[in-house]
Ligand binder design. Structure first.
Ligand code: 5GP
Length: 202
């Protein structure tokens, strides 16, 4: 049975990770790809769950062996999605979600043009600023850098099929669920999934 491939990207601070977590809780049929990264683990992040944490030498060796579907440098660290894992999942007909930055999204869409791209936005610039400050963990300098990065990342919005504005988490998660459900009903997938229903259109 064929599966669908979803890419979820967002400018910094839009709340993408929480939104994806909520989708996975609502829809166990979607599997999240665990990326490789050279960034250090944050408090509470478990190796193999949040990311496969690695160093630059190992990352580059894996990249050069062709283990990655895409890779990018984001905020000074390397990130990549596992090609091997993804191919296994697709062979098994699993729906897979990649939570990656826009540079990765562009690379994946080149390989899998049927992948469904979703861009998550904060409701406004002012709201984004509030959220970044509200965390109370970052210096003014870091906040300014993240806001500038968000403005740059925003320019990529037209590369994506769908936009979800993350004002209310439950509403946004419901919208993401709608995208997932609609993708599962696309004609080529339905034709392969249910050939008996296409009795005179095969
Ligand atoms: P963080 O370090 O905050 O978890 O993630 C930083 C950025 O890297 C986020 O935009 C995240 O979506 C992106 N990212 C995470 N994994 C991957 C990946 O495998 N490939 C790419 N291209 N970006 C990724």
């Amino acid at each position: 049975m064929p599966g669908s491939l979803f890419i979820v990207s967002a400018p910094s601070g839009a709340g993408k990770t929480t939104l994806v977590r909520e989708l996975l809780a609502r829809d166990p049929g979607v599997r999240l790809s665990v990326s490789y990264t050279t960034r250090a683990p944050r408090a509470g992040e478990v190796d193999g769950v949040a990311y496969h944490f690695t160093d630059r030498a190992d990352f580059i060796a894996r990249r050069d062996r062709g283990e990655f579907l895409e890779w990018a440098e984001v905020h000074g660290n390397y990130y990549a999605s596992s090609r091997i894992w993804l191919e296994e999942q697709m062979r098994a007909g699993q729906d897979v979600l990649l939570e990656i930055d826009w540079q990765g999204a562009v690379q994946v869409r080149r390989i899998f043009p049927q992948a469904v791209g979703v861009f998550v936005l904060a409701p406004s610039y002012a709201e984004l600023e509030n959220r970044l400050r509200g965390r109370g963990t970052d210096s003014e300098d870091v906040i300014a850098r993240r806001l500038a990065a968000a403005c740059e990342e925003m320019k990529q919005v037209d590369q994506f099929d769908y936009v979800i504005i993350n004002k209310d988490l439950q509403v946004a998660a419901g919208e993401l669920q709608c995208v997932v459900r609609a993708a599962r009903l696309r004609t080529p997938l339905m034709r392969r999934r249910s050939p008996q229903s296409f009795f005179s259109a095969v």
